[in-house]
Design a protein around this ligand. Structure first.
Ligand code: E4P
Length: 217
């Protein structure tokens, strides 16, 4: 399973990259706004800055919701850097645009996916990635991991090439469950990735080893 980080924060992207475990980045308009980025030029520069850190797919989301607008914006985003993947919402014009991008060799990430039916449409249009938001599914009282399992099962049964990118991760257990479910990619906040490191027995064991090592000096 590939590890993407779900943020537009340069320091966090750099930190995950420096650990050597980062395969890519996903952003969305809320994450970009959180960084205080304003205006087309600043947005473009920020995406290029991210691409210059991470040697892997970087999802940049379109803001348009009509076919012509999505295609126009997506072409501009894709031209910024070879790592850019155009992130397109799961709407009718979005699916049409994903098919257009597929036919024109532009990589896409179909976002805001909450059902197996939506995931089938994204794959039929040739999306490079599909992003089921498992945390938001959990938040609304449904089972997000079950959705990931269902989509992975359908894609395997049908031979779809679209990669299942588990999104809206809330904690380290989500990452483990996505790995079990066979997700191709997990996009996570830095805190969830760091959470995987933690175990009290590791801390206790290390403390003892260091103490015993001192007695040998
Ligand atoms: C996916 O690509 C989205 O950016 C993200 O995972 C949404 O997560 P949230 O539900 O924590 O906002």
């Amino acid at each position: 399973m590939k590890f993407f980080i779900d943020t537009a924060n340069i320091a966090q992207i750099q930190e995950a990259h420096d650990m050597g475990i980062l395969d890519g980045v996903t952003t969305n308009p809320s994450l970009m706004a959180k960084e205080g980025i304003k205006g087309e030029a600043a947005i473009a520069k920020h995406y290029v800055d991210i691409c210059n850190i991470v040697d892997g797919p970087v999802s940049a989301e379109v803001l348009s919701t009509d076919f012509a607008g999505i295609v126009e914006e997506g072409k501009k985003l894709a031209a910024l850097h070879e790592n850019i993947v155009v992130k397109v919402p799961m709407i009718k014009d979005g699916i049409k645009a994903i098919k257009w991008f597929t036919d024109n060799n532009i990589k896409t990430n179909c976002t805001l996916v909450f059902s197996a039916g939506q995931a089938i449409l994204a794959a039929k249009a040739g999306a490079t990635f599909v992003s089921p938001f498992l945390g938001r599914v959990d938040d609304s009282g449904w089972d997000g991991v079950q959705l990931i399992e269902q989509i992975v099962g359908i894609y395997n049964a049908q031979g779809f090439m679209t990669e299942v990118l588990a999104a809206s991760i809330r904690n380290p257990l989500h990452i483990i469950r996505c790995a079990e479910a066979g997700a191709d990619v997990c996009t996570c906040p830095l805190s969830s990735i760091m959470g995987l490191l933690k175990h009290p027995l590791t801390d206790l064991g290390l403390e003892q080893f260091l103490k015993d090592a001192k007695s040998m000096q």
